[in-house]
Design a protein. Structure first.
Length: 264
């Protein structure tokens, strides 16, 4: 088990490192890794089972920016650290769960059922350090063909090995219409990166002015999978503001200057 954990971790880190360095992704022969499909839409007609045993269509659940995690509930390797990382970043986020975003966790192991999903949900909701509506984090299960189709739609490649699975570590941010907006790799996530990813995903809907300003000032680095302050944009905005301020100042001074009288 320990050997499989380190192998899975190596594969996950290797995939992220290869992307950052601009090198090829994990060899297809390994059947484990991430093939990014930014801009594509997950199959919203997929029907899964929620933690209460109800059959639900994915499209009926995704109506706001959504954090999608693919795990299996019996996992003793990467899955628990990944979900713990999600709990940590959500606990530090200033976005309102259930309104600004939601989380959907899907098990790709068809042996997992509603009872185990409900137990996992209760465990992770209990760990959150913020008020989190129960409906804002759904735990879903399904048959192997359905969950494989969902995994394939986001480029998540995994392989069964004995009673366990080898798989990469990543979470996916979807738009309100199920479009893949961002991939966040690893098992720890920065609150700012997640916030920016969710704000970008929300572009299908009108967002507040501050959100538009953040998206203007920060850009996404597809190699490093991080957001960075775009100095060129900020400097240009600052220059425009200075010019506008100077022009307004000259206009105000011109109006305030008293008119001169000609001698009689």
């Amino acid at each position: 088990m320990t050997k499989r954990f380190f192998l899975a971790a190596w594969l996950a880190l290797g995939a992220g490192g290869a992307l950052a360095a601009g090198e090829p992704k994990v060899a297809p022969a390994s059947e484990v890794g991430i093939d990014e499909k930014l801009g594509e839409t997950v199959p919203l007609d997929l029907v899964l089972t929620d933690e209460k045993g109800r059959r639900v269509a994915l499209g009926d659940l995704i109506d706001k920016p959504t954090i999608l995690t693919l795990v299996y509930f019996r996992c003793s390797g990467l899955c628990s650290p990944l979900l713990n990382g999600v709990v940590d970043v959500l606990s530090r986020s200033d976005l309102e769960p259930g309104k600004a975003y939601q989380v959907i966790t899907v098990s790709f192991d068809d042996r997992d059922g509603p009872e185990l999903a409900a137990a996992k949900k209760a465990n992770y909701l209990k760990q959150l350090k913020v008020t989190f509506p129960e409906g804002a984090w759904r735990f879903l299960t399904g048959d192997a063909a359905t969950t494989r189709k969902l995994a394939d739609s986001v480029g998540f490649r995994y392989r069964k090995e004995g009673e366990d699975f080898l798989h990469p570590a990543s979470i996916f941010v979807l738009s309100p219409h199920g479009k893949i907006a961002r991939y966040l790799y690893g098992i720890t996530y920065l609150p700012f990166d997640l916030k920016m990813a969710l704000l970008e995903a929300s572009e299908e809907r009108t967002g507040p002015t501050i959100s538009k300003l953040l998206r203007f000032c920060y850009s996404y680095d597809p190699r490093g999978h991080r957001y960075f302050l775009n100095i060129t944009r900020v400097a240009g905005l600052f220059t425009l503001l200075l010019i506008a301020g100077f022009a307004i100042s000259l206009r105000v001074r011109g109006r305030a200057k008293p008119a001169t009288r000609e001698p009689a």
